[in-house]
Ligand binder design. Structure first.
Ligand code: ADP
Length: 588
């Protein structure tokens, strides 16, 4: 119940109680007072009448009429009684009925008046049969003047007074009640407003300021609630900021994050987790249903059961590799464990490539080192003649050169692959550059009696780094010379197609099977290992070609049939118009 209503009820009850008590008290006291007053008046009237009669002002003949008028006026009964008790007149009876009246000498008030001059009694009238108040007085002539009034009449008068009194009491209490409830409403209004303000705060509405009205205590209370609201608002803002930060971290993590309850149901997860599992809304589902992988599920189950952190790396049926770490969460919350899911497929592949690479490099280095070691041993231990010494030192030099080439290519490739190669881009006349490369490789070509012919449009230019494109062409022409049958030509053709420059290197060697054409660009990949014994190489040449082409947004393709030769085609993009010719543009 509202405070105001309570006050109203309280005032109403108090007013009703006051009305009741006052009426009871007034009934008791006023009734008696009224009775006394009426009796007093009765006595005074008796005295006046006695005086009027005793003074002789009323003639004997008019006495009866006088008394009857007085009785009517005063609404009383007046009886005149002789000294012996005989009734002389009575205003309630007709004169002819008076002689038949009983002797009144024994009436207490009459007896008293005869004895002392005045008498009074309250009793039931034998004549009228109802309770009466009697007053008697002895007159100078010895007769008794008696007045009688019915007690019912007295009570009637008394009731009139009492009703006036009751109405006055009721009106006073009603007035009091109205004043009280108006005052209570004035007192309770600020409290009600304060209550509304506090309720708004409880409902999360911090915009409204609390009213500062009412009495001093209410104002103090309002101030305290206002301060409480301000600090609550600040605390909530802080908590909201922290929550937002946590949510942001949760969502921007590159790993999948999932929180599960004790029944291994997903309570919360980030978008990355949903993306990794391929389930749009994992919340509410079982972990097994979401991850569909027993090993992952076992990690969650073991963590929830043992309270220990579990970590595993899992290869999924679709070849993806996931690392999972599940940690228990402290009790007191329905979240039991948190799992972090990381896709390490690329990392694992890189690691496996690194292992293969190290293996391949070691393998490539082992052969020349073994040859050098064996030759050096023979030189040291044996007693070789001049020809043998020359042969062995020649072998050592060749193997050492091969190792240097391998190391140079490795370092080159590492640099190109890392992207940290400064490119000096310029307009390059392709035929001129390719002719220079062919000339550089002249001795190798001559060794194999291979003629390298550079043909095509001399005006074709490509935009790029001269040194790197020269390196790319050198690797291709070198391979073509290596794999060409002795005496067969190698054709280097320069062209422009659809505004795009390009060149091809064509030989009549063994060709490359279709299935191998992508693989030959991988490091150390060789179509037929036995070929490399005849034509040794680092196995890195085409990997370098591919990366240099990529740096120039160029493409490299292989064509030709097995047994009929190979054609390597390099296609450059059209020269960018916005880049000025001969300008040095460095890319990292
Ligand atoms: P290598 O140093 O072994 O030549 P490359 O990366 O240059 O290494 O070449 C990779 C492999 O591609 C070679 O071992 C060879 O099997 C094949 N290959 C490259 N060029 C030719 C070609 N012109 N004709 C036939 N096979 C070739």
């Amino acid at each position: 119940m509202k405070l105001r209503s309570r006050f109203t009820v309280l005032f109403a009850v108090m007013a009703a109680a006051a009305v009741l008590v006052l009426i009871l008290v007034s009934d008791a006291t006023v009734g008696r007072a009224v009775e006394d007053r009426v009796a007093e008046r009765f006595r005074r009237e008796l005295e006046h009448l006695a005086n009027d009669l005793g003074s002789g002002a009323v003639p004997e003949a008019a006495r009866d009429t006088f008394l009857r008028n007085a009785a009517q006026q005063l609404q009383i009964r007046i009886t005149q009684i002789a000294g012996d008790g005989k009734v002389l007149s009575d205003t309630d009876l007709l004169p002819q009925d008076v002689p038949s009246m009983e002797n009144h000498a024994n009436r207490p008030e009459v007896r008293q008046a005869l004895a002392t001059g005045t008498g009074e009694s309250r009793r039931t009238s034998p004549t009228e049969g109802r309770p009466m108040l009697y007053g008697a007085r002895r007159l100078a002539d010895g007769t008794i003047l008696r007045l009688a009034v019915s007690q019912a009449h007295l009570r009637e008068i008394e009731q009139r007074y009492l009703w006036t009194m009751r109405v006055a009491i009721f009106a006073a209490c009603l007035l009091l009640f109205l004043i009280g409830s108006a005052a209570s409403s004035r007192f309770s209004r600020p409290i009600a407003e304060l209550t509304r303000g506090a309720s708004a705060i409880a409902a999360g509405d911090f915009a409204r300021d609390l009213p500062q009205a009412g009495g001093e205590e209410v104002q103090l209370l309002g101030g305290a609630v206002q301060r409480m609201k301000d600090s609550l608002k600040k605390a909530l803002e802080r908590a909201e900021g922290e929550r937002r930060l946590a949510a942001m971290v949760f969502e921007t993590l590159p790993d999948g994050l999932v929180v599960v309850d004790s029944k291994l149901r997903v309570l919360e997860c980030n978008d990355r987790f949903a993306a990794m599992t391929g389930i749009a809304a994992p919340a509410g589902r079982g972990v097994y249903e979401v991850l569909r992988e027993k090993v992952l599920y076992d990690c969650f189950e073991a963590t929830v059961q043992t309270g220990e952190t579990k970590e595993r790396t899992v290869r999924l049926p679709d070849e993806r590799i996931w690392q999972i770490a599940v940690a228990p969460l402290p009790g007191g919350h329905r979240a039991s464990a948190v799992g972090v899911l990381r896709d390490v497929t690329r990392l694992e592949r890189t690691e496996s490539m690194r292992r293969t690479f190290v293996g391949d490099v070691s393998h490539e280095l082992r052969t020349p080192i073994a040859s050098i070691a064996a030759a050096a041993e023979t030189l040291a231990e044996g007693n070789p003649d001049r020809a043998e010494t020359a042969e062995l030192t020649g072998l050592i030099r060749r193997q050492a050169d091969r190792m240097r080439e391998l190391i140079d290519d490795l370092m080159d490739l590492a640099q190109i692959e890392s992207g940290a190669v400064p490119l000096v881009r310029e307009e390059i006349p392709l035929q001129e550059l390719l002719s220079e490369v062919a000339e550089d490789l002249g001795s190798a070509a001559r060794d194999r009696r291979v003629e390298v012919r550079v043909i095509g449009d001399a005006g074709v230019t490509a935009f790029g780094d001269r040194r790197r494109i020269g390196q790319l062409a050198r690797n291709l022409i070198d391979n073509a010379i290596k794999f060409s049958p002795e005496g067969a030509p190698v054709i280097v053709r320069v062209w422009r197609q659809g505004g795009k420059p390009g060149f091809s290197v064509e030989d009549l060697g063994p060709g490359i099977p279709k299935a191998e054409r992508d693989k030959i660009f991988q490091r150390f990949y060789q179509v037929d290992r036995s070929r490399s014994k005849v034509r040794p190489g680092s196995g890195l040449g085409l990997a370098i070609v591919k990366h240099i082409a990529q740096l120039h947004s160029a493409s490299v393709d292989v064509e030709g049939e097995v047994g009929q030769g190979s054609t390597f085609l390099v296609r450059f993009p059209a020269a960018p118009l916005e880049v000025p010719v001969k300008a040095d543009v460095k890319t990292a």
